[in-house]
Design a protein around this ligand. Sequence first.
Ligand code: GLV
Ligand code: MN
Ligand code: MN
Length: 407
Amino acid sequence: MSDTFDRLWAGLAPLGRDRTTGGYRRLSWTPVDAELRAWFAGEADARGMTVETDRNGNLWAWLGEPGPDAVVTGSHLDSVPNGGGFDGPLGVVSALAAVDELNRRGLRPRRPLAIVVFVEEEGARFGVPRLGSRLLTGAITADRARGLTDSDGVTWARAMADAGLDPDRMGADPDRLSRIGVFVELHIEQGRSLARHGAPVGVAATVWPHGRWRLDFSGQADHAGTTRIADRNDPMLPFAETVAAVRRAAVEHDAVATIGRVWLSPNTSNSIPSRVRAWLDARAPQEAALRAVVAGVDTAARLAAAQHGVSLSNFQESFFPRVDFPRDLCHRLAALVGGEDTPAPLLSTGAGHDAAILASAVPATMLFVRNPTGISHAPEERADPADCHAGVTALTEVLADLTDAKS
Ligand code: GLV
Ligand code: MN
Ligand code: MN
């Protein structure tokens, strides 16, 4: 089994890797994305799986006939800019390796089995994360998705059409959803809980509520050398005060909140900027705390904007409620992975996942693989090979059990 995993991993590793930083840039509907999709289709085909692209661009590989009551696993292949190689791909590679392991053990699933690769999970190119799974479940409308733009103004509809898909067919796909009996996504842990537990694999029980807000500060561009301080409407100042307010609000409400992306115009050293656009990412275990963080940031930003004669608009780009995966399913998986007497740890996470989107429609949960440093969304993200292999073994046990596989 470890050979299969290692071979698959080595085949995928060069795609989208930056030779200087070692990080990955795998953005949806780009040439590297086409290579990733072709890689997956080729590997699935080599296993006798039937590959199809759904109306939203997600890839599905079926072992046997598609649905009904299928057991589905998988994850995503896109990354954040300069991200790690494990966030997403670990689940896809482990799924392919688990299919091989079922075969090697001579186990034949008695329920249909599929591997899915969701498109635009990170929202790194078009701004809205979990886009493929949200379109599938109808959590976002096709009209809104079609109009999303990347930083060059290319729409999702255009990018999808350029990749050979028909954007007019996009949207909720109840027929496809109705084929899914259960969904299990394997993912690298994006924290150190498993390292603390001393366990290679755990089960996700909860995904925190989270969202993204776009803050637009608009002032007046002017000359950096000739405009008196008293005459300035500089949006950089309320923006800077807002960054500090984000940290204060997160600490106050036991939450996490980040400004990790900023755009400004005209972005030159000898002009006062006219506009600063910043994205707030906020997450908390409970929705009330999350709402309090966002309200606190909004109040502080408005106050600072008014003090500097700058206008502010605050737009919620995405919001994901808290998801508690079904307890019975989580406990079943924990016992399968760790044994009845020493079940695998149940974890909660502040990271978003396609499994949490699917959970609104079908029973779903996740397996997490230990990440010794906890680092994610960075080139240093990693899991030890032995833990990756343990993840494949765990996923194989889970798939064998859920599909009632027999020799
Ligand atoms: C995805 O990794 C997210 O949680 O933003
Ligand atoms: Mn991610
Ligand atoms: Mn991910």
